[in-house]
Design a protein around this ligand. Sequence first.
Ligand SMILES: Nc1ncnc2c1ncn2[C@@H]1O[C@H](COP(=O)(O)OP(=O)(O)OP(=O)(O)O)[C@@H](O)[C@H]1O
Ligand SMILES: [Mg+2]
Length: 676
Amino acid sequence: MPLSNLNEQQRAAVCHVDGPLLLLAGAGSGKTRVITCRIAHLLCTLKVPAEQVMAVTFTNKAAREMKQRTEEMVGRKRCKGMVVSTFHALCMRILKEDIDQLGYKKNFSIYGTADQTRLIRDICSGLHQGDQKIDADRILWLISDAKNGLQPPEAFRPRFDDEYGRLAAEVYPRYQRALKAFNAVDFDDLIMLTVRLLQERPAVLDKYQQRFRYLMVDEYQDTNAAQYQLLRLLSASHSNLCVVGDDDQSIYGWRGADLGNILDFEKDFPGTSLIKLEQNYRSTGNILSAANALILHNQKRKDKALWTAGGPGKPIHCICCDDGEDEARMVVESIQAERYADECRYSDFAVLFRTNAQSRAFEEQLRYDNIPYVLIGGQQFFDRKEVKDVLAYLKFLQNPQDEINLLRILNFPKRGIGTTSADHLIRHSLAENRPLWQVLKDAEEITELGDKVRAAIVDFVRLIERFRRRFQLGKLSDTARELLSDLALEEEIYRTAEDPEKGRRRADNVAEVINAMASYEEREATPSLSGFLEKVSLLDRDEPGRNDKESKLKKDAVVLMSLHASKGLEFPHVFLVGLEDDLLPHKKSVVTDIEEERRLCYVGITRAQRTLTLLHAAKRKKYGQLQVRVPSPFLEEIPKELLNRIDSDTPQPLDPDQQEQRATSFFAGIQQMLAD
Ligand SMILES: Nc1ncnc2c1ncn2[C@@H]1O[C@H](COP(=O)(O)OP(=O)(O)OP(=O)(O)O)[C@@H](O)[C@H]1O
Ligand SMILES: [Mg+2]
């Protein structure tokens, strides 16, 4: 175990084993490294069985990296059985084993945003028929906020006492009842229901307390009330809870993260050992000084300052561009220049922005210059309509109570069961208090339906029952392929597409679902439809569609991502764009938390290892109109002497080192070309 790769405080944190531990430290000071080394120490030196180790974080990417690093240190075999995952995946695991104790069945569905929105709309139209358009997202947000705060419907206190707050109060109990009737849970339920399970069933709680003896949490500053309660329950019997975090990087307040969790940790967990790390190993001196100066303007924080043993590094460029297009051009030109000068890869560059819409200009420019890039976030693979249609079939095949997905596929592809017929069926189901699927199975008796409709329903029921059996017996991907072919889905996609090119892309996406299933099957010892759906549901919302054909080619690609998605990561060269008032800090419709916006900016700056470039535009298009823009007040908070201010009109002189480097790599490039 390489304890020698750690500084004194890091070593103390790694070797601390029993009782609560709070590692509070700034960006890039090695917090995540401490967690992986601590796991290695537990497994190798203290011979703790791997099943007793549990480490959680927020994104799949971070969890995967943590696991990988630990495996590299101690070998795969030793790690077998430890749980290193996201909060959601951990809760999924617990619910899979014990959700029946809460009255759900174990083949429950997980509803993503699309399913949730549909359900909310259905409920709203039942409540206020013919009402003006209701913003379902807003209601969903209020319900999600309540769940993150562990408020069941009967204790619901909406964050805002306005029209939507009142509407959400009406919708929430119905929504929760409907989910239960459909044997489905949403993302927030994964955590809220797990907490309920642990609170209400002492035997279950005892089982997990016995099982997980050493708990570790990365990015603890972003935990919400539900996650906090979960950790409290799991660690109550032994208090072996080690949390690491940085109050300056708490950026999920809008999703219910509670900074109080980290600020009050010592009070909440008596006997806590507190360790601070202040040496930064990631960034140059200039970058760190800028980050330190900026965050000093926040009031609500624990005092700390980062230092580095390295030199100041290059100056931070701050470029004022004409407009959004000019900003994209400047970034791409700088990437090209730096790539020659520094002989680095495209993947060493990251462009970070506040809102996803900002990515468009960069994508266009990168495409124009033929530079590979990968966009993290944006429209996710599994969120595309055609993909969701296929998943709807799979989800309903897996869970016959899932009425939302049943309604989605009932007349897709078109089979003559129109909305009037569907309404009849729903009315029957409500009047007789029978599940919709049962009503469909007995549809021959519903005389109001025409012969053709009844025949179509009978065919549909047969199809579903046939494939339900097949999925239990046959190979998953083969069965799914047959299902799509029976449905003639490809023909339907081409028939309804606006143009053949779009049709082709959609058909490719559908084929990719089967590919994803096939690779899942190869990886898994005992593959199952429910296992596959579980994997898909738990993909990060911030992760790119990993099945995109292009993404395989994009190993060496410039990374475009939101500031939120960049947490925990590091890149040699970072461009932080759109540093304008209104954009960063972002003015939100509801409330703007200026300190949280400053922390986001801090997160962005501290991702940079060697160079940092800040950009803002003098004008920017909004709703098609050019608007004059004001630079972000955050720029004023960074000491002037750290910033090298450049106007995009003035050509940027290369320093002599760069010039020479560039000439050498240029000639090397030509020689390589001739040799090819
Ligand atoms: N003692 C050390 N010696 C050398 N390098 C180190 C040491 N500790 C950490 N590092 C390196 O510093 C970088 C930052 O470490 P790490 O990602 O663990 O920091 P962090 O505190 O988790 O950052 P963030 O707050 O952004 O999540 C990594 O490249 C890591 O390998
Ligand atoms: Mg980290």
